[in-house]
Design a protein around this ligand. Structure first.
Ligand SMILES: Cc1cc2nc3c(=O)[nH]c(=O)nc-3n(C[C@H](O)[C@H](O)[C@H](O)COP(=O)(O)O)c2cc1C
Length: 237
């Protein structure tokens, strides 16, 4: 856990990937603006790639000056199935309050049978508790979407499904979503591929860009298909 990071799921199940944890890039004034970014996702697998991906993206948001809170699989698995007739008074209250306060959100799901896992979808259903808010659901929030699957097809269809859910919740999916093929890319306790790390960091930074933190120099041109831009994002940390 890094400084400034709340972690609703307690200690990590496994040692996070040994990538270089980003340092804060911004001036003290910018850091004081501190948008609040909530991350949710992962699976109960000990070396969950989707949870590692979430941590990398959230770390980048933190390095861009955000305060963050992580709701990993251990927390999400304790949530009862969302019941619209029994509001989240105890279970799920912390998640609902965090989403209510959030300036940005990062969601990371595995591709399960071509779509978002039940664990992640159930957590997102708790956003229903925000329907009568001044900012209903995820209105006005940038939402970074991340998926991992054992093949491109499910990685991409799951990303599309996640972005559709975010639209339904009135959030703004960030320009870059990260669809990661875990059969081809290294992502877990053993480490993460540089290109995957760069994509995830870009998602984290884009969530903060929408949340009001100026982009650090060099981020504007970042794009998953441009090798030079990937290098730029990696060099930033
Ligand atoms: C129940 C289940 C369903 C899955 N369905 C698919 C699928 O349809 N397509 C696919 O490519 N991978 C599928 N996978 C593989 C996972 O998407 C992949 O291993 C992912 O990286 C797991 O995330 P994790 O490392 O966070 O546990 C499935 C795995 C499980 C356990």
């Amino acid at each position: 856990m890094t400084e400034g990071r709340l972690d609703a799921r307690g200690p990590a199940k496994s040692t996070p990937a040994p990538y270089d944890r980003p340092k804060s890039l911004l001036s003290e004034e910018t850091v004081k603006m501190q948008p609040f970014v909530v991350g949710l996702g992962g699976t109960l697998r000990a070396s969950s790639s989707s949870e590692t991906a979430l941590r990398i993206a959230l770390d980048a948001a933190e390095a861009a000056g955000a305060r963050t809170e992580l709701f990993g699989a251990d927390y999400l698995a304790r949530l009862p199935m969302y019941d619209p007739e029994r509001p989240a008074r105890v279970s799920g209250r912390r998640l609902v309050e965090a989403l209510r306060a959030a300036d940005g959100v990062i969601v990371s799901s595995p591709g399960y049978h071509g779509s978002v896992s039940g664990l992640v979808k159930n957590a997102l259903d708790y956003a229903e508790e925000l329907r009568d808010d001044v900012r209903p659901y995820l209105t006005g929030r940038a939402v970074g979407c991340v998926t991992t699957a054992y093949g491109w097809q499910a990685a991409v269809t799951t990303l599309q499904a996640l972005r559709t859910i975010v639209h339904a919740l009135r959030g703004w999916p960030t320009p870059l979503g990260a669809a990661i093929n875990s059969a081809e890319s290294r992502l877990g306790p053993g480490g993460a591929d540089a290109r995957v790390t760069a994509q995830l960091r870009t998602v984290g930074l884009e969530v903060c860009g929408q949340g009001g933190v100026p982009r650090p120099a060099g981020v504007r041109g970042a794009h998953q298909n441009a090798a030079s831009d990937t290098d730029t994002v990696l060099r930033m940390f």
